[in-house]
Design a protein around this ligand. Structure first.
Ligand code: ATP
Ligand code: MG
Length: 401
């Protein structure tokens, strides 16, 4: 059994010692059957959330109303969720209430796809009432129960289906595919944040190209933020050379480049990116625009080491000309940069003030500092006080004449 399961075994054993049932469930079971690296290990139990809280010393009630408690054990965190079924879905968002149940099989029946509805005990034996293992071996994504019903209960499952296509390279069962085409419009009821989580996983997948084909063909794009205003955008995305991206901000940078009528701010607002994600998207898009126009040193300087790989990914996706965007090249340039930030310039505003005394400080200072920064980075000037002084005086004379 995978090491992550071994590490989590004591959590299940503790629950059992208190007279409850507990199983591994969800993505980790699926991925281990696929021999893929497993993510978070999730546990389903017959114990009620308050009972789980009473048993373990380190617990965080992260979703107590829905039966989920985070258990910290041996430096790891596990989501421990009480067997439950979901009552009425009235607004397509969240079930109105959950009902705790006694039987793991009932819990498995509320799960989205058969491949995700398998429970495994600590001996590695499976409870697989919906033939999830068979679906996995056939590489099929298939809803538990009637696809139409399951998607109308929670339309997010349609986006989940497509992100699993992207992650796993599986295909959709015929029924599941037809139900997505019929129910795509229900996605408008889903909160942007939830769709964004799935879109991010979709752009991180190895088979994103396949997923984009389905996004276009199912018309799901007609019901997603921004794309809904012009579904032809999706078509453009479909034609990109998809490779796994790191996060949604990289995808947003690409979308903006393909569709510049909408600013990064607007893209970020519609998809509810954090400020940090927005800044990353803006920087990447800006650098793609500067590619070919600015010197590579200046580009690489602005990107910083941490964004060089992202820049390569985006350039690849957009099939940018040349080889200069390749990480190998940008990293080589990066290691040879004369400075890595404005603070490393041999002078600051203080010197400028001194040299131009009695001219009062003003926007001119920022302008000159910026020009100096550029000149040093691109090695037009050495990072040297005297050379800079000479240059700045020359610039100011030219500006005056
Ligand atoms: P990943 O490896 O990307 O985390 P995952 O399958 O674990 O994939 P999660 O979003 O972590 O996906 O959800 C854990 C499990 O909860 C799923 O495997 C599935 O059984 C169930 N699940 C999650 N979201 C839904 C949903 N919207 N409807 C029904 N079941 C769901
Ligand atoms: Mg998971």
């Amino acid at each position: 059994m995978n090491n992550a399961f071994e590490e989590a075994k004591p959590v299940i054993q503790t629950l059992q010692a208190h007279g409850y049932e507990a199983f591994f469930v969800g993505g980790a079971v699926r991925d281990s059957l696929l021999n893929r690296p497993i993510g978070d290990v999730d546990i389903a139990t017959s114990a009620r959330p308050e009972e789980v809280q009473a048993i373990f010393t380190k617990v965080i009630p992260i979703g107590i109303d829905h039966g989920t408690v985070m258990v910290r054990y041996d430096k790891q965190s596990y989501e421990v969720t009480t067997y439950r079924v979901e009552a009425e879905y009235n607004d397509y968002r969240h079930p109105d209430e959950v009902q705790f149940v006694k039987d793991i099989r009932d819990d498995l029946s509320r799960r989205d796809f058969t491949m995700n509805a398998i429970a495994m005990n600590i001996e590695g034996n499976l409870i697989d009432p919906f033939n999830g293992r068979e679906a996995i071996s056939l590489h099929t994504i298939k809803t538990v129960g009637n696809a139409h019903t399951r998607f109308s209960e929670d339309p997010l499952r349609m986006m989940r289906a497509l992100r699993f296509v992207s992650q796993l390279g599986f295909h959709l069962s015929e029924e599941t595919w037809h139900a997505i085409q019929q129910n795509a419009s229900l996605l408008t009821h889903i909160a942007v944040e939830r769709n964004a989580v799935e879109l991010e996983k979709l752009v991180q997948g190895t088979f994103a190209h396949q997923a984009w084909n389905l996004l276009v063909d199912s018309k799901i794009g007609h019901y997603l933020p921004v794309f809904k205003n012009d579904p032809s955008m999706m078509q453009k995305c479909k034609e990109l050379s998809w490779i796994p991206l790191d996060d949604l901000s990289e995808a947003i940078a690409v979308f903006h480049i393909l569709y510049p009528t909408l600013s990064i701010d607007q893209w970020a607002k519609e998809w509810k990116l954090s400020n940090q994600q927005k800044r990353k998207a803006a920087l990447l898009a800006d650098m793609i625009h500067q590619y070919d126009k600015a010197s590579m040193a200046w580009l690489v300087y602005q990107l910083h080491e941490e964004n060089l790989a992202a820049f390569e990914r985006i350039a690849h996706l957009l099939s940018l000309e040349g080889e200069e965007w390749k990480y190998e090249n940008t990293m080589r340039i990066y290691t040879r940069l004369p400075i890595y930030s404005k603070q490393q310039l041999a002078i600051s505003g203080l010197e400028l003030k001194e040299w131009f005394h009695p001219t009062p400080p003003g926007p001119w200072m920022k302008r000159f500092l910026h020009r100096l920064e550029h000149a040093v980075v691109t090695e037009e000037l050495p990072n040297d006080r005297e050379a800079m002084k000479e240059k700045v005086l020359e610039w100011s004379q030219r500006e005056e004449s």
